[in-house]
Design a protein around this ligand. Structure first.
Ligand code: CO8
Length: 258
């Protein structure tokens, strides 16, 4: 599929995907969502970390496209929400870590896109918010589900009921982002973070992501049993032998993803 709204570059197993719809501050329309869906479905197994950002200096993603949503009926609204939610779920369960490098406005569906990523870092120019109720809708790309998981019920409800946008420093304070940088440092820091992940055993990183995601919603005994199973599976990998042998023989590990 040819991408008209995604700018993609890959280097050292780190893929950077910039959403690019400059006329609408990278607002997500159904064409962009379909391109994202196609990209996530066909992502190369050689990629070990995905970084998602927004093209240009002003916006990460300014929400779902309001002009496309304006005249939808109930069934069409349901379908649009389903498409976005399905794409964001693909990000959440992608078998590699996904970093959101939030370079500007992350509003509505843009904030929800960041929430579906594993880790969020931001420029000090970033702004986060869920302004949907001011438009007569609710966060419909799984924001009512994920925001509370990340910042807690109290902040999530305040942000969603008021629609108030928050700046990067407040996002950092409430745990919505892990770090805030000067705008010109953001992508360098995103790549450095990705690079630290890429150095590790890919299978172990993958199992760690699956474990954290799956266990979150389970009862304690089930969660611990799930981790136990995944921990055992690590010992079926060559990389476990390589990692431990490298440590014990005081050399650098060379992981082969086997
Ligand atoms: N959709 C469509 N167009 C947009 C959007 C958007 N979300 N955001 C910005 N644009 C367009 C503007 O209309 C404008 O177009 P034009 O130049 O043709 O007038 C252009 O981008 C530039 O925007 P502004 O002139 O407004 O730029 P400012 O710097 O003055 O303001 C803001 C920037 C603050 C980001 C402002 O554009 C804004 O408030 N945008 C809307 C933000 C918003 O409300 N986002 C939430 C949308 S709803 C949503 O995301 C729901 C997700 C769940 C969907 C569930 C489906 C059922």
């Amino acid at each position: 599929m040819e991408y008209n709204f995604l700018k993609i570059s890959t280097s050292d197993a780190i893929c950077t995907l910039a959403i690019s719809a400059p006329k609408s501050l990278n607002a997500l329309n159904s064409n962009i969502l379909k391109e994202l869906d196609d990209f996530l479905t066909n992502i190369s197994p050689d990629i070990r970390v995905l970084i998602i950002t927004g093209d240009g200096e002003k916006s990460f993603v300014a929400g779902a496209d309001i002009s496309e949503m304006q005249n939808l009926n109930e069934a069409e609204g349901f379908e649009f929400g389903r498409l976005g939610a399905q794409v964001f779920r693909k990000i959440e369960v992608l078998p590699i870590p996904v970093i959101a490098a939030v370079n500007g406005f992350a509003l509505g569906g843009g904030c929800e896109l960041a929430l579906s990523c594993d880790i969020r870092i931001a420029s000090n120019k970033a702004k986060f918010g869920q302004p949907e109720v001011g438009l007569g809708i609710i966060p419909g790309f799984s924001g009512t589900y994920r925001l509370a998981k990340i910042v807690g019920m109290g902040y999530a409800k305040e942000m969603i009921y008021t629609g108030r946008a928050i700046k990067a420093d407040e996002a950092l304070r409430i745990g919505l982002v892990n770090a805030v940088y000067e705008p010109e440092q953001l992508m360098e820091e995103a790549n450095a973070l990705a690079g630290r992940i890429v150095k590790n055993a890919p299978i172990a990183v993958r199992y760690a992501k699956v474990s954290i995601n799956e266990e979150y919603d389970l009862a304690a005994d089930d969660a611990i049993a799930f981790e136990n199973k995944m921990f055992g599976k690590c010992f079926a990998s060559k990389d476990q032998k390589e990692g431990m042998t490298a440590f014990l023989t005081k050399r650098e590990a060379h992981f082969t993803n086997e």
